[in-house]
Design a protein around this ligand. Structure first.
Ligand code: DSN
Length: 480
């Protein structure tokens, strides 16, 4: 960004001036967010720092256009430029991931998963039902036919990874819509090793016979063999859906190849674009050709009008991810996660599965006598931004938890390497050793309050600042 940093500084300074002339508090919060991100250790596994090109692409009048429908088939006139934008985003996604089909409209990962669920149900249930009912399309169905179709849609089984084993809410977790719209069962991990047990997944699939087998995770620190997951899906006649939101950057950067690349094996693959992929906040669906027509109906079936400015930024980010430098970045994400994990284990900390081979590390903080909530708060006070996370069979449940999830994509973008991540582990352990559980107002044990030892936050912030100053965020970007 060195050559263009003056331009970018001027663009953002002027933009903030315009914004501030209408609502100064928004301009101030935006400035403050940059300052906060610059001065803290961002270790949230699902966050990153998008490039200035990606960020700038989002701030335009493309936002002002309605474009429900698909490329060349819109419900509004005048969508020629949105068509260009959406086509380019899809083209870059297909090329990057080697996918037969890509849909760039989902606004988030949850939206992408809803599109995938809809698409699978439509492909597997609606199509055959229409044929059986001799209807050309849904408009020809009688009320009685609709009842039949509704019963079939609402009577399907989904098997996904449980939340406490590292799966996502949308993989059939009961309180989420995915756990309500499907009859669901969950597979976990081996209680001894914390690793996926494919034989156990197979046995459960054979017994449950799901229509949809979901693979992918938000907090599992290991790689998945998607060839095996596809084998299991095929054995029970299920559709394999993979949610690669967390590790899409590692797939794009060819760190995950062969059996670890989900795209050739999944019928439908979903992702977000803002995590390890380092794009704008949004979602993406990739699919085998036969699912394309039903995926295409995502908007307006389950999505509101596409965010054209964000699709444009997806195209820019995907173009960036097709550059050789991105593969180097992706490899460093994985290498750095190993350094962080080794930094923890060498200092006696306990990790779920004992380590990592992707971009995240899950630290069990119960050995420090803390809940995840207490650890998260203490770390935040010391300038280390993480999130609490359940560990398998978590005695503290999904709210307080017993774990802290760490990810390396963001600080790797800043240029952190082995030594810095080892130092991060040292600082985190120092904070957790310096934290004691607090008490409730009535004097009983609390799962939320904590006491951070004197001076711990200051020395952590000072040590972090030394590293952060050497690896500035958006170097050269100065707001006036
Ligand atoms: N919020 C994302 C995460 O942190 O993993 C998933 O929804």
């Amino acid at each position: 960004m060195t050559d263009t940093s003056a331009l970018i500084s001027s663009a953002y300074s002027q933009a903030l001036e315009v914004i501030g002339s209408v609502e100064p508090r928004i301009a101030e919060a935006t400035r403050q967010e940059l300052a906060d991100q610059r001065s803290s250790l961002k270790l949230i596994a699902s966050e990153n720092y998008a490039s200035p090109a990606v960020l700038l692409t989002m701030g335009t009048w493309l936002s002002d256009k309605y474009a429900e429908g698909t490329v060349g088939h819109r419900f509004y006139a005048g969508c020629q430029n949105v068509d260009t934008v959406e086509s380019l985003a899809a083209e870059h996604a297909r090329e990057l991931f080697g996918a037969p089909y890509a849909y760039a409209q989902p606004h988030s990962g949850i939206d992408a998963n809803l599109v995938a669920f809809w698409s699978i149900l439509a492909h597997r249930i609606e199509g055959p039902a229409l044929e059986r009912l001799s209807a050309k399309n849904v408009n020809e169905l009688s009320d009685e036919d609709w009842e039949t179709l509704r019963r079939e849609f609402g009577n399907q089984r989904l098997l996904g990874m449980s939340l406490d084993a590292g799966g996502h809410l949308t993989h059939g977790f009961r309180p989420n819509i995915s756990g309500k719209m499907f009859h669901q069962q969950q597979y976990g991990t081996d209680p001894g090793t914390g690793l996926l047990d494919y034989d156990a997944v197979r046995a459960k699939a054979k017994e449950f016979k799901p229509l949809v087998l979901v693979a992918g995770y938000s907090a599992y620190p290991r790689r998945v063999n998607f060839a095996k997951m596809r084998e299991i899906a095929d054995e029970v006649g299920a559709t394999l859906m993979v949610d690669m939101a967390h590790f899409a950057g590692l797939v794009a950067g060819k760190v995950f190849t062969g059996d670890e690349d989900p795209v050739p094996f999944a019928h439908v693959t979903t992702t977000t674009t803002h995590k390890s992929l380092r794009g704008p906040r949004g979602g993406l669906v990739l699919a085998q050709e036969e699912y394309a027509p039903s995926v295409d109906r995502g908007c307006p079936m389950v999505l509101g009008g596409p965010l054209s400015h964000v699709m444009a930024a997806k195209a820019v980010a995907l173009a960036e991810a097709r550059q050789p430098a991105f593969a180097d970045y992706a490899q460093r994400i994985a290498d750095n996660a190993k350094s962080l994990a080794e930094g923890f284990t060498s200092r006696g900390a306990t990790l779920v599965t004992g380590g990592t081979d992707n971009h995240l590390v899950l630290l069990d903080v119960s050995s420090f006598g803390l809940t995840g909530r207490q650890a998260e708060s203490a770390l935040l006070e010391a300038g280390v931004v993480t999130n609490r996370n359940s560990v398998p069979a978590d005695p503290n449940g999904a709210w307080y938890t017993s774990g802290i999830r760490f990810g390396t994509p963001a600080l790797t973008t800043r240029g952190f390497g082995h030594d810095e991540f080892d130092r991060v582990a040292e600082l985190v352990v120092d904070v957790l050793e310096g934290t004691e559980p607090g008490t409730t107002k009535a004097g009983g044990p609390s799962k939320a309050s904590y006491r951070l030892g004197e001076g711990v936050a200051d020395r952590t912030r000072a040590a972090s600042a030394e590293m952060l100053d050497k690896h500035p965020l958006y170097p050269g970007l100065e707001l006036t």
